[in-house]
Design a binder for this molecule. Structure first.
Ligand SMILES: O=C(CO)[C@H](O)[C@H](O)COP(=O)(O)O
Length: 227
C-alpha cells in the first residue's frame, strides 16, 4: 500500500466546511491536496494558503481557491509533511526546500497536522540532514558559523547551481546526526545573521498521522504544542 497516500488522505478528516487551510508541500500532502480538490468539486467551501509555488500550482490545478497569507487573520488547520518526527512530535522539515513559508503558515495556524509515512518516525532528530535557509550574501561565512555547531553543511544544488528557494535564498543541509536539544539548536542557529530560518519545528505540531505500507495508521497527539 502507498503509505504516503494513506496518511495524506487520512488528514482530510480534519477539514470542515468554511475553513481556511494551510497547504503544505511534498509528496505526502500531495494526496491531501488531490483529495481536497475532489471535495471542492463536490461542494466543499474552503480556501487554501499555499506554502510553496509548487503547491500553489498543484492546488490551482485541483480547483482549490487560494488566498494570500497576508489576507487571512489566522488559518484553521494546516496539513503538511515532514522529513523526521521524534516522540515529542518535534520535526525536521525542508527536504523540499519550502521550510520558511511552511513555518510562517504553521505559525498562524490554530492546528498543525503532519502527514508522513512511518519511516519518518525516529527516536532522535538528526538522521535527516537539517535544512537551513540562508541568505546568498556571505553564505560561506554562515556555513562556517553553522559548522562550529558540530556538522559539515552542504550547499543544496540543482542543475549545477545553488538551488534557489521560492524566496531567492539558499539551503544548507546540515547533518548533525543526533540533535539532543532541538529548541536550543534552533535558537542558536536563528541567532546567526545569515540564517533566515531552520527546518526545526519545535512544539509546533499538534497531530502527526503516520501510515505504514501494510495499511496501519497511527495518530499521535501532542501534549506540548505551544500554539
Ligand atoms: O518539508 C517539506 C518540504 O519543504 C516536506 O513536507 C517534507 O520534505 C516531506 O516531504 P515528503 O512528503 O515528500 O516526504
Amino acid at each position: 500500500m502507498n503509505a504516503k497516500k494513506l496518511a495524506g488522505e487520512k488528514a482530510l478528516e480534519y477539514v470542515k466546511d468554511g475553513m481556511v487551510l494551510g497547504l503544505g508541500t511534498g509528496s505526502t500532502v500531495y494526496w491531501t491536496i488531490l483529495g481536497l480538490g475532489e471535495l471542492v468539486i463536490k461542494g466543499l467551501n474552503i480556501k487554501g494558503v499555499a506554502t510553496s509555488k509548487a503547491t500553489e500550482d498543484l492546488a490551482l490545478k485541483a480547483g482549490i481557491p487560494l488566498v494570500d497569507i497576508s489576507d487571512v487573520y489566522e488559518i484553521d488547520v494546516t496539513i503538511d509533511g515532514a522529513d523526521e518526527v521524534n516522540p515529542d512530535l518535534d520535526l525536521i522539515k525542508g527536504g523540499g526546500g519550502a521550510l520558511l513559508r511552511e513555518k510562517m503558515v504553521a505559525s498562524v495556524s490554530r492546528k498543525l497536522v503532519i502527514v508522513a509515512d512511518e519511516s519518518k518516525y525516529s527516536a532522535h532528530l538528526g538522521k535527516f540532514p537539517l535544512p537551513v535557509e540562508v541568505v546568498p550574501f556571505g553564505w560561506q561565512t554562515t556555513m562556517k558559523q553553522i559548522s562550529a555547531k558540530g556538522c559539515e553543511p552542504k550547499l543544496r544544488m540543482k542543475n549545477g547551481i545553488p538551488m534557489p528557494t521560492d524566496n531567492g535564498n539558499y539551503i544548507l543541509d546540515c547533518p548533525f546526526d543526533k540533535i539532543e536539544y532541538p529548541a536550543a539548536l534552533a535558537f542558536s542557529l536563528n541567532m546567526m545573521p545569515g540564517v533566515v530560518e531552520t527546518g526545526l519545528f519545535v512544539k509546533m505540531a499538534d497531530t502527526v498521522i503516520l501510515a505504514g505500507t501494510s495499511g496501519e495508521i497511527q495518530v499521535k497527539e501532542s501534549a506540548a504544542s505551544t500554539r
